[in-house]
Write a protein that binds this ligand. Structure first.
Ligand SMILES: *Cc1c(COP(=O)(O)O)cnc(C)c1O
Length: 417
């Protein structure tokens, strides 16, 4: 469910016509619905109401402070993957006891900052990282809560770039070796072993990989409990998929039902790190048609947003919906929707039946709330676009459009060059 709906021929975000926002802030821009974000978090949380749980929103999917604040207000904690994300979490007043820290390459500085902040736990991804966290914690006179991220070797049946739980992946520690690492961790004086973690991939549209992973992780938890480890948390990561086109992912309720059944009797607090499922369909990218070019082999709709603004189609070949902000005709054409960047890979849609767009028309690129702005860059010296949040009838600019001055911030022409 989301709050991007047509009223007559005009696309609205909650109570505001998207066209009106474009008139106010120009194009392109990202647009988020506050009600959709809140609703998605509430739905996810409610699905697990019957068991002890903690929802740690994965900041990397959309890290805008207003989005983070919306989730803190809804009771969420955060899954962070860098010192920068810790900083963001602190900016919005997140309870540090609701923060978990994932990622294969945490630096000593990042570990120290997270220890100083008193976060709940580190999801540790290698034996050397255990040693490093132990050493840094010792220097600071702290005890670090840790889980080991285990790699259960299941195929999440998603895109290879976002599969993370198979043997050949860089993530986690092979589950067969994990017990050894847990025993080792127990010997390290500045660590407190409190959890087990796994995250098998992103945009999963079936329940079976989650259930298969839990079956394997469950064996490990039980072995640990038998050895006397005081495991309190089972972190099951994120990864629940969304509908971009015609995928039919499990609902949060179905997902919860399967997970609650698979973890019954373990007596642990479940941690979840949802990203895309909360933000993906809570945002769109709005862009304007600059030119329509009827080429010999193909038609091109050239818009003012590009692969630097939304990179998923280029990076993963992923599908993003293309809709007219104002439905003026019912005609369609077969076209590529492309940006101004000097790369053939710069497309938002390829060989797509799209509305019969004309110059100046506004285009909504749908399902762009996750891994949209956060993956954007300044390639081709393009200013990053503003982020707008609509809340009821309010238009809130939650990140300004960058200026040319922003583009060169920090650059220097050395004297004598
Ligand atoms: C990216 C990531 C997530 C969020 O994944 P989604 O598919 O967006 O839910 C959660 N946990 C970890 C460790 C991640 O790397």
């Amino acid at each position: 469910m989301n709050h991007f709906q047509y009223q007559g021929n005009d696309l609205y975000c909650e109570q505001v016509a998207v066209r009106k926002i474009a008139e106010q802030v120009g194009t392109p821009f990202y647009l988020y619905s506050h009600a959709t974000l809140s609703h998605h978090l509430a739905t996810f949380t409610a699905a697990f109401a019957s068991v002890p749980h903690l929802v740690c929103y994965s900041i990397k999917s959309n890290s805008n402070l207003a989005v983070l604040k919306t989730f803190v207000n809804g009771g969420a904690g955060f899954d962070i993957v860098s010192g920068g994300e810790l900083f963001r979490a602190q900016q919005v007043g997140c309870d540090p006891r609701k923060i978990v820290y994932s990622g294969v390459g945490k630096t000593e500085q990042e570990i120290a900052a997270a220890l100083e902040a008193d976060i709940l736990m580190f999801n540790v991804e290698s034996t050397q990282e255990l040693e490093t966290i132990n050493r840094v914690a010792g220097q600071l006179g702290k005890k670090a809560g840790i889980a080991i991220r285990v790699n259960p070797d299941v195929d999440p049946q998603t895109h290879p770039y976002i599969s993370t739980g198979m043997k050949k992946a860089k993530f986690g520690i092979n589950i067969a070796r994990a017990l050894e690492d847990y025993r080792h961790a127990a010997q390290l004086p500045h660590l407190e072993v409190i959890g087990v973690d796994c995250h098998i991939g992103s945009q999963l549209t079936k329940l079976s990989p989650f259930v298969d992973a839990i079956a394997k992780v469950r064996e490990l938890v039980e072995s640990l409990q038998q050895e006397g480890f005081a495991i309190r948390y089972l972190d099951l990561g994120g990864g629940l998929g969304i509908t971009y086109k015609d995928e039919e992912p499990p609902s949060p309720a179905d997902y919860a039902q399967a997970i609650i059944a698979a973890t019954r009797g373990l007596n642990l607090t479940l941690i979840f790190e949802p990203g895309r499922v909360l933000t993906g369909n809570a945002g769109i990218l709005v862009t304007k048609v600059l030119y329509v070019k009827h080429g010999e082999a193909k038609n091109f709709v050239i818009v003012d947003a590009a692969m630097n603004d939304l990179t998923r189609p280029t990076l993963y070949g992923s599908y993003q919906g293309i809709e007219a902000v104002e439905r003026s005709t019912t005609g369609t054409m077969l076209a590529d929707v492309v940006g101004p960047i000097c790369e053939s890979g710069d497309f938002l849609a390829q060989d797509r039946e799209v509305p019969d767009f004309g110059q100046g028309d506004l285009v909504a690129v749908t399902s762009a709330g996750a891994y949209g702005f956060t993956m954007s860059s300044n390639y081709n010296s393009r200013c990053r676009v503003p982020e707008i949040m609509v809340k009821g009838d309010q238009i809130l600019v939650v990140r300004e459009r960058e200026s040319f001055a922003d583009l060169i911030r920090g650059e220097q022409i050395p004297a004598g060059l």
